[in-house]
Design a protein around this ligand. Sequence first.
Ligand code: NAD
Ligand code: LMR
Length: 339
Amino acid sequence: QAGRQFVGAGREVARRCFSSAAEAPERKVAVLGAAGGIGQTLSLLMKMSPSVTKLSLYDIVNTPGVAADCSHVNTGAQVTGHVGADQLDDALKGCDVVVIPAGVPRKPGMTRDDLFAINAGIVAGLVDGVARNCPEALITMISNPVNSTVPIAAEVLKKHGVYNPKKLFGVTTLDVVRAKTFYAEKNGLDVNTVDVPVVGGHAGITILPLFSQATPSAQMDQETIEALTVRTQNGGTEVVEAKAGKGSATLSMAYAGALFADAALRGLNGVQDVVECTYVESSVTDVPFFSSKVKLGPEGVSEIYGLGDLTDYEKDALDKMMPELQASIDKGIDFVKNM
Ligand code: NAD
Ligand code: LMR
């Protein structure tokens, strides 16, 4: 009885998280870093997605086990496991979407930028593989620091002559997930009905939730708005400190990463009006990469929306983030130029 209830609950989660498989074309998704804290749960969620027909799990360690485990889940996607650099090409051939959660996570006291020294090279190597094997694929970048790893990916793709800005995304969905949760809790709203756009980037003050545009609208005083803004900006640090040296957000990130991958797949499959906040090449502000609401379509990005009306507090926060965002972007670009 308990087992049946669990499977029923799993199907309900899948129904709520994912699009319908009806008439959907075949889609191959790769998870690079699939044996990690995010990668394992994200792989399970992708296996539960009716949009995925082939699921390719790549890591430098342990993927045979993760793939064998995941393959026993009785859903449609065919799972393959690939381990080590020699098997990267096989993992990537024919992919429609490549999700990248590979790299080291933070420990208490570190910033996301402290991960650059290790993760920049990891990401550059993996995107090189994408450029050689599936240059048409959508790339959804989770590895931190996202503000720099996305520009790194763009430069690597440019070196191969295959960069398409419509197909490269930094995943900022976890910031939206957090903002929705905190806003709903604070205002006694049903979280399933809540939306909060989050713009900027994915680190500290570059994360800017626009509570003035949250729906349904709730009256909050300035002190409450500032407290919720800071909590959203520090959501990652809150988890890093609670985990006390055992890594950063994995479960909520896997959920957010799966939501974004599914949105990308729905867009590819021609579903109308798929809109997510995501960090893309953008002319919405003066910096070349920026997260705002983006419509996803068969080519990837189909429209990038502007910021709408901002309060003075939000305008000020936007101005203040610009130097940090530009510096992180420049650091990523310079890294590839000097490689
Ligand atoms: P983890 O250490 O648990 O897992 C990382 C995995 O990457 C490991 O299995 C490791 O073997 C693998 N890996 C390392 N080098 C690789 C390579 N060259 N090719 C393929 N795989 C490789 O870490 P985690 O908790 O899963 O976090 C992964 C990354 O995601 C970190 O950089 C973290 O900061 C980031 N993250 C981003 C967000 C976001 O909102 N964008 C949220 C949470 C975590
Ligand atoms: C997060 O927001 O949880 C991630 O970026 C991981 C981190 O280092 O905070």
